[in-house]
Structure formats: C-alpha cells, structure tokens
Design a protein. Structure first.
Length: 562
C-alpha cells in the first residue's frame, strides 16, 4: 500500500506495538500530528517537551516497553535533551521522533532549525537523520530494534517536514539486524567464563551479590532470586538496583555507595568475592577507587562489554545477557556455609542502623515522613522520585518488593524528572498505586505537569518534602564549606498545596506530626492527582555519607552512633 511519510511513521509505531505516545506539537510536526488524529494511538499532550520525554521514560521503566515521544523542530527538539541524556545514563529504551525543517532549508540557520543529530550524538544509543524517503520504514524499524536490544537506550529519529508529505509504497521489514553493520548485541557468551566464577565461589568465605539496574533491564529478577535462594549469598544493590530483589528479604542489606547503609558498604569492603551484575561501578558506588574492596576478587556480569574493566579492574569477565548467564550460574553453583558471614554483616547493621533524632519542636523529620508512607504502602506501590536528599532518604527508608517499582534518575541525577516520570508510570500501569517523592527544589522544575495530571485525571499521589531550600546543596555547604549557604535557600515559602489546587489537583498542607498519617490516608482515597506539601526540618543531613575522595568504610554516620 502507498502511504505518506507521516502515515508510514504512524504505521511503523503500530507494527512495533505502540499504542501510546507522549509529545508536544509544533509547525513542522503538523503533518505527523494530522496522521495521528485518527490513528487509534493515544497521545498524551504534556505542558513541556521535557515533561513528554520524562513521562515516556517513566512509562518505559515501569512497563519494560519502549517509550515514545514526539517533538517539533528547534527548541522543541532541544527541550528533549535533558530527558534523552537521563534515559541514556540509566539504559532506558526510548524512541524520540523529532520533526525537522524541510530538507532544502537544512544548514541555512532556518527558523527553528537545530542540528538535532549533532546535539544528541553523545547522549543517545544511536540517532538517525532521515534524508531519503525510501529509508524511512527501515530506519523506524532499526530505531526500535536498537532501543530495545542488548543494553537498552534512547534512539532519536529526526525527520524533515517535506518527507512527511511524500508518498511511497510501504514495506516494513521483519528483521533489520543484518542491515546494522557493527551492531551485534551480546546475548549468549562463553559458559566457561561462568564456570570460572562457580569455581571461585566454591572457595569464597565472604561472597557478595552486587546488583544494579541491568538486572531489571534484562528482566532477570526471577533468575537473581533463584541464585539468592539457592546460595544464601548476601546481597547489596546500587540505587538503580534496589527493586531487583525484595528489600524486605533478610539477605538484602541495602544500598551501597555514598549514602549506602553501613552494613552494605562494609560488606563490600570485607568481601573476598564480589559478583557484580548489571552495574557500572560508578563513582557514587565505589568511593575512591584506590581503596575499593581491597581483598575481593570481582566477577562482572554485564550485557555491555564496554562496561567491564571500564572503572574497576575485574578478575572474571562474563559478557552476555543475564538471562543466559544466571541460569548457568544457578545450575552449577556450589557455596559453603555462610551463616558466620551473615552474622558479621547483621552485626554491622545492628550496631550502625539507619537512624535519626526526632525533635520535640513539632516539626517533622523527612525520614519519619517516608517511614510513615512505607508502613502505609508496605512495598506494594510504584515509587518515583526526583533528585536530592529526598531521593536518598527514599532509597534508605522505603521498601521495594517488586521489580520496576522504584523509578528514579540515577546516572544523570535529573531534578524535575519525578513528576512526569510518575505520570508515565501511572499511565503505563493504571492498576498500580503510584507515588512521587519530591522536594521543593525539584518539583518546581516541571511543576507545569500538574496541569497535565489534572486534565487527564492521572491519580499520582505526591509527597513534597518542603525544607524551603536546596537540601543536598545545603548539606554539602554545611559539611564541606563551613556553613556558607550561598544561594541555596528559598526565602519565599511557596505553598505547593495551593499551587496544586490552582493547577486543578487536590492540595493538602501538612505541618504537624499528628496530621501526617490522616493526610497520607486521605490522599489514597482521592480520585485524581494529589499533592501533599509537607513542611519538614531544613537542616537535616542524609547519613551515612562517604565524602568525596574517601573509601566506602570511611563513612560519616549519625552523631548518636559515632
């Protein structure tokens, strides 16, 4: 059948199983939006392009599907950049369709022209500039194939407006892998490499499973659970891997790194064999590399060979899909009795627990807000966060029982990510309860999406921990800059409950401890988006903390535990 270019894009989306896209129209995008009009594909109109890409990201993280967003040329496309970089750092599959000026105007500084492929090359898994109408179908197929295979990631497809109006025969390829020279995603590796790890495990006295977001991306959480149950090996996680395995399980000792638990960090530092699965060994996880896990041999399981030996030298390389390697490990593994090792880690956890001092001034502590919410939800909701102190407290004080239940910006640390990501997660998983944990700094960066949530009646519940400033910035200024609080305090105390109401949502102000639980319970009963403005103390630190340039066992802990 013969179709216009705009219709080819829409038909390609259908062939890829896409029934929902996020976006924001503009002049050169009009042909594509006209084709969407009666396509049957649902379009979520956000209030900003950054909201669209973050929402597509949250949808992808929560569902495991490829998220799709659309933007017009120039500023529309460049407004996607932060969201594309966020998805790229966290290996989230997106296809971002940007609409470009007509081909005869390219390179002439035309109105609303931007070099989208040049701008996004460093922050995408791949990108395409469509110059030839005959390649459009194949490029769309390639975009989805690249986004979802191997290590997932964002792909940009930039399409000039005049191609949308051209007509040609539509032929959608069943397979494009043979047309992707140089792209050969690793799936199955060498079983001998796994067997080498099996041999090392049989001699290990202090092994640790160290899991990251790659486990979830591979949909390998069930295989991970089988390994834990069979071996009884202690488990710790990165921020991105917190929901790979239930945090309520006795083998899960929490998050590692700068704000990891004392027990998790000490377990890494005293381990003699670390089984790293789907992790990047980022600087926030390792502390200073020179002092990292000094007695441990490291086995790195990862689908991306480029990550192995990139940041940390490893002793065992196991490139391949975790759905291939973990079943082999589970079948062959032999481990000795680890009760004494668990006892050691539990002693660390008991002697240096996560704790904070409650005050008698009536002001809420952010930690107790999250503890109350955690008790209410019991690990059965999807939790999205923005970035800052509230993000770390969420990781420390909330439990996650199911994969894809914790949605946060890890690698890029993007403030403003949380609200649209929570909306995308809620749209993708309407049967689940979705909560957003944000701060008064982060929520303002995409607060316009409150109106989107209200218009579409997206029942996201948001807790805004309002400490009237940039909490993490102030913490660093307090600890490392002699309390010189430069430009980190909001002197104007914005009422976020009233802001939410002005946007069409339900707003609730919480100022007293006795009002917290009733407010949380009320939020669960409201049909539609709810935003709780919870006033908390403004001088609380996230602890434990490993200072920059320090090893994981050199932690600041709560003053009562020093």
């Amino acid at each position: 059948m013969k179709l216009k270019g705009s219709e080819i894009v829409v038909e390609a989306l259908k062939r890829e199983g896409v029934d929902l896209v996020f976006g924001y129209p503009g002049g050169v995008a009009l042909p594509l939006y006209d084709a969407l009009y009666d396509s049957g594909i649902k379009h979520i109109l956000t209030r900003h392009e950054q909201g669209a890409v973050h929402a597509a990201d949250g949808y992808a993280r929560a569902t495991g599907k490829v998220g799709v967003c659309i933007a017009t040329s120039g500023p529309g496309a460049t407004n996607l950049v932060t969201g594309i970089a966020t998805a790229n750092m966290d290996s989230v599959p997106l296809v971002c369709i940007t609409c470009q000026v007509i081909t005869s105007l390219l390179g002439k500084d035309s109105f609303q022209e931007a070099d989208v492929t040049g701008i996004t090359t460093p922050i995408t898994k791949h990108n395409f500039m469509v110059r030839d109408m005959g390649r459009l179908s194949r490029i769309m197929r390639k975009a989805f194939y690249i986004a979802r295979t191997g290590r997932p990631g964002p792909v940009v497809v930039d399409i000039p407006k005049d191609l949308f109006d051209q007509v040609m025969e539509f032929n959608y390829p069943d397979d494009v892998s043979r047309y992707l020279w140089g792209y050969d995603p690793v799936n199955d590796g060498d079983p001998r490499q796994v067997n080498d790890v099996v041999e090392a495990l049989s001699w290990a006295h202090f092994p640790v499973l160290f899991v990251g977001g790659g486990v979830k991306s591979a949909n390998a959480c069930e295989h991970l659970a089988e390994v834990v149950e069979k071996t009884n090996i202690p488990l710790v996680s990165t921020l991105m891997g917190l929901d790979d395995f239930p945090t309520t399980h006795p083998n899960h000792y929490g998050m590692v790194g700068m704000h990891g638990t004392y027990a998790a960090n000490m377990a890494m530092m005293h381990s003699d064999l670390i089984l790293a699965m789907g992790v990047r060994f980022s600087d926030r996880v390792t502390g200073v590399i020179k002092g990292y896990a000094p007695s441990a041999r490291i086995a790195h399981f990862d689908i991306d060979p480029a990550e192995i030996n990139k940041n940390v030298h490893v002793d065992f390389r196991i490139p391949g899909n975790l759905n291939w390697s973990l079943p082999i490990l589970n079948k062959e593994v032999r481990v000795g009795n680890l009760d004494k090792w668990h006892g050691t880690i539990r002693n660390w956890a008991e002697n240096y627990p996560l704790c904070y001092s409650k005050n008698d001034k009536g002001l809420l502590k952010p930690q107790e807000v999250l503890e109350a919410l955690d008790n209410l939800l019991d690990g059965e909701a999807v939790i999205a966060t923005d970035v800052g102190q509230h993000q770390m407290w969420t990781a420390q004080y909330m439990n996650f029982k199911h994969p894809r239940s914790f949605i946060t910006s890890g690698g890029l640390g993007t403030m403003g990510f949380g609200l649209p990501a929570a909306m995308g997660a809620q749209i993708g998983c309407p049967e689940k309860e979705v909560w957003l944990i944000s701060g008064d700094g982060s929520i303002m960066m995409n607060c316009q999406e409150m109106a989107t949530a209200a218009e579409l009646n997206i029942p996201v519940r948001a807790v805004i921990l309002n400490n009237r400033g940039l909490g993490m910035v102030r913490q660093w200024q307090r600890l490392f800059y002699e309390n010189r609080y430069s430009c980190s305090k909001h002197d104007f105390d914005l009422d976020f409950a009233k802001l939410a109401e002005a946007m069409g949502c339900t707003g609730i102000l919480v100022e007293k401890r006795e009002d917290l639980l009733p407010a949380l319970e009320k939020a669960r009963t409201v049909c539609g988006p709810v935003f709780l403005n919870v006033r908390v103390e403004d001088d609380e630190n996230v602890l434990p903390m490993v200072a920059p340039g320090r090893a994981l066992d050199e932690m600041f802990v709560h003053k009562e535990e020093e």
